[in-house]
Structures are given as structure tokens and as C-alpha cells.
Design a protein around this ligand. Structure first.
Ligand SMILES: Nc1ncnc2c1ncn2[C@@H]1O[C@H](COP(=O)(O)OP(=O)(O)OP(=O)(O)O)[C@@H](O)[C@H]1O
Ligand SMILES: [Mg+2]
Length: 276
């Protein structure tokens, strides 16, 4: 197993499923030792189950998300069972012992997170920045059209998710994978300054905070979170964020009223930040 990321909440490993030819992603949520053990097990279990259920539902609805291969929401019972000497009194031990966490095994999506792809693009453009600024340059226009296309695909992916009745809860460009684009950063994959590949399907990941909702408000907040994340992660590309919203608008019938609601959500956000 190869450790891919180790966030505050989850560890992500690349591994295989059934045969070495089938790569899989293992997402482990270790227990939090500072939390009360019973509460911790309940929260961890809730989150992992919610995540797996959302993903399974989205796969059924034909939304682009990794397929779920397996899930275990109560590693604690195994741990305390082991501590108890295996078998005897296992039940009582499992009730009281601290959990070890939970995991989800899912389909591995070969590709690159959109955050990295956009950063590459920003670097590439910064190099030949003059061309892009003078919009008369055919070269600059062609590049801009490519990034616009990617942003519209991002919007369409979020629209498909919302159409299926799920809001993500943590939309950032790190939770979107561009399928098929070079995985390795640096020397191996993309060379600094090289024209980045912006083709490929946008796949949504990380449903740890997702929930079922068809409310305009929840959907609009989802878009607002993405908009804010976008502004702070990709300031150079922020002026093009409207393309994400255009892609979203075109993706399902209810999108228009969600975009109207987004204006209210932005207004509230501004008032809040004014109050500090
Ligand atoms: N199915 C997958 N295929 C390929 N890479 C993945 C997959 N799932 C996750 N990754 C990679 O691992 C990283 C972390 O995964 P994820 O976003 O699910 O975890 P997290 O942000 O730590 O979790 P959370 O926010 O729920 O605590 C992703 O940004 C991505 O690079
Ligand atoms: Mg994430």
C-alpha cells in the first residue's frame, strides 16, 4: 500500500483489489483519541456509512464518482476483540473499548486533482502571459477556451450531483479528479512550463460531508463553498469562475433557481464578513 495523503480526518492509500491489475483507494478514518470513545465510534461510523451510501447511490444514478468496493465502520470491535484475547467476552469489550476507526475501499480513479491541473495551467499561462493578456492572440484565446471548457465540465459535474439529490458539503478543486490526466507531479508527469492536459472526465470524490438534499439553499451553499475555495486557491483563474456556473446552469432544470439563491448566499456571506 502506498500512502497518498494523510489529512487531519482521513488517510488515503493506493492499494489493489482482488488482483494486482485492479488499483483501489483505501480511505481510513482513524479514531480520535481525544474524543470520548463511545461518541467517537458513533461519529466515525455515521460519517463512513453516510459517505459509502452517498457514493453507492450516485453510482446507481450514473453520476461520475468512484464505485464502492467495501466498507467497515467498526474496526473497534476487532481491536477490542483482540485485546480481550480473542473471542471470550468479545461483546462486552466491543461495547466499551475505544474504536480504531473505519474504512472505505473504492475504485481508484487514475488522474490528477483539478487543483493541480489548474495550478499547472496558471503556471503555463504566467510563462507566456503576454499572449494571454492580448486577447487578439489566437494562441491566448485557444488556451482560454480550453480552461473554460474544463470549468464548464466542473459545473456540469456538480449539476449532475445535485440533480441526483445529493449535496457535497466540501466542494473544492481537491475533491475533483480529472480522469486520465498524468498522476505524477514534477519530473515524471508534467514538466514545469509544459502545456498541461485539460481533457478528461471530471470525477467527484470525498463524500465525507455529503448529504441528501434537493433544497435550493443547500445546493446554493455547495456552489458558494466552491466559489470561495476557488478564489483562494486559484486567484488567477477566478475571473473565469462564471464558466463553472454556466456549466451548472445548463446541466439540469432546477439550476436557474439555485443560481438565483446563490446571490442571496453571497450577500449573507459578505454581511457576515463585514461583521467580522
Ligand atoms: N478514488 C480515488 N482515486 C484516486 N485518488 C483518490 C481517490 N480518492 C481520493 N484520492 C486522492 O486522495 C486525496 C484525499 O482523498 P479525500 O479527499 O477523499 O480525503 P480527505 O480530504 O482527507 O477526506 P475528508 O475531507 O473526508 O476528511 C484526494 O485529494 C485525491 O488526491
Ligand atoms: Mg478531500
Amino acid at each position: 500500500m502506498t500512502l497518498i495523503t494523510q489529512g487531519a480526518e482521513a488517510h488515503l492509500y493506493k492499494t489493489t483489489f482482488l488482483s494486482p491489475a485492479h488499483p483501489a483507494a483505501l480511505k481510513i478514518r482513524p479514531s480520535k483519541p481525544y474524543r470520548h470513545p463511545i461518541l467517537d465510534r458513533r461519529l466515525t461510523r455515521q460519517r463512513v456509512l453516510q459517505e459509502a451510501r452517498c457514493m453507492a447511490r450516485l453510482v446507481r444514478e450514473g453520476v461520475n464518482v468512484p464505485g464502492v468496493l467495501g466498507v467497515d465502520w467498526d474496526l473497534g470491535s476487532i481491536e477490542s476483540w483482540k485485546k480481550e484475547g480473542g473471542g471470550e467476552g468479545g461483546e462486552a469489550g466491543a461495547g466499551a473499548g475505544a474504536g480504531a476507526g473505519a474504512w472505505i475501499l473504492m475504485e481508484w480513479i487514475p488522474g490528477c486533482v483539478v487543483r493541480v491541473v489548474i495550478s499547472r495551467w496558471e503556471k503555463f499561462v504566467a510563462r507566456g502571459g503576454a499572449q494571454l493578456e492580448t486577447s487578439a492572440e489566437a494562441e491566448g484565446e485557444r488556451e482560454k477556451e480550453k480552461i473554460r471548457g474544463l470549468l464548464r465540465r466542473v459545473g456540469a459535474a456538480v449539476g449532475a450531483l445535485h440533480k441526483a439529490g445529493v449535496v457535497h458539503g466540501d466542494l473544492t478543486t481537491s475533491n475533483l479528479i480529472l480522469r486520465g490526466v498524468d498522476e505524477e507531479e514534477g519530473e515524471e508527469g508534467w514538466k514545469d512550463g509544459e502545456e498541461p492536459n485539460l481533457e478528461g472526465e471530471v470525477v467527484l470524490i470525498d463524500f465525507g460531508l455529503a448529504s441528501q438534499s434537493i433544497q435550493d439553499e443547500d445546493r446554493a451553499v455547495d456552489l458558494y463553498v466552491l466559489e470561495r475555495a476557488f478564489g483562494s486557491t486559484h486567484p488567477r483563474t477566478e475571473p473565469l469562475f462564471g464558466e463553472v456556473l454556466e456549466g451548472y446552469r445548463a446541466s439540469y432544470r432546477g439550476a436557474g433557481s439555485v443560481l438565483k439563491r446563490l446571490e442571496d448566499v453571497r450577500m449573507r456571506g459578505r454581511k457576515k464578513s463585514m461583521l467580522g
